[in-house]
Design a protein around this ligand. Sequence first.
Ligand code: HSE
Length: 400
Amino acid sequence: MTRDNLKIGLFGYGCVGQGLHDVLNSSKGFKADIVKICVKNPGKPRRLPMSSFTYDKYEILDDPSINLIVELINDADDAFDIVATAMKNGKNVVSANKLMIATHFRELVDMQKRYNVSFLYEASAGASIPIIRNLEEYYDNELLYSLRGILNGTTNYILTSMYNKGTNYESALAEAQQKGFAEIDPTLDVEGWDAKYKLCILTGHAYGVFLDPADVFHHGIKTITKHDIQYAREKGYKIKLVSYVGKTDENHITAFVLPRFIAADKNFYNVDYEYNGVIAEAAFADRQFFYGKGAGGHATGSAVFSDISANSYGYRYEYKKMRQELVPEYTLDHKIEVYVRYSDDKTADLFNFEDVSECFRSKEYKYIVGTLNLKKLFDIKELIFDRDIFIVNTGRKFTD
Ligand code: HSE
């Protein structure tokens, strides 16, 4: 395919689809022709003539003149079906669907090879931050110690509003929804699922490991209270939801998603509102910090646009780390120090801390700071889910 014969079939015309459309329209150097847009709801008012749309996916998938499918819909099952059919039909694909990619990662990579097509998804993690391509190209042979990221714009928006303006949680979430940052089901954001899917995708490119999201511990921010913010502020920290993957030894990596205390001298401290940040720690490049908008139609649309352009000159991910001799194994055996705020004393006992460095109990506010193994957190995840309990990685020990 060359830049001159790029014919796009677009699936979805929501926040990101419209953002992409704006980006494409403003581009001077690169033109691409959107042949048809497939949408679900015929009754919804659109800002383009109705002739631009179809409600039948096969009108696009079976059209031999369309050589690139851009998938920007919400439903992960429908998205997988569209992407898989497109690849089988020999079409290149660009997608931003993190849930769909993370839960079918190996299958999609295999299909891409089998059908000899390109499958690009830079917008699926960190939106406007070109982190996947950097992991593929710049870090292809680099020994990566760790990769950590603020990868969810919605939770970062909520945490920033609560910290800076004293906004309550519900209003901050409503603002994030209204600005188009949140998922249609915002529990994916606030419970940490979205940050985990993105982490699994980045781990594939950073270490060549396909993590099953079910094997990765995550804890979001939906139980945060003003007491947690107050504790952080008094110690000079902000709280950010951080996705982490890193080496525990030569042959192993660990991964988890947890809120984390961030001191004022750290790169993440000023990553606020819908911005995302990624820090790579590597043997030779040392520390590198990527920063940019992590949610929103135009920010995400710009990453999709970049993939469309890359596709037009034949770019493909090579998954170089997967082909290296020593692909690390995944482990949950990793110590972390956490702050746990709780209301029910029995809940605190579940943690069975190896050692406790701080403990405080008043009538309305109780917390423990202690060390435990990530495996322990993973084992009690069903028991602590949906309880009034907030966990923060102190970052003071074991993981910088
Ligand atoms: N809901 C996601 C976020 C959108 O808030 O980061 C971008 O992936």
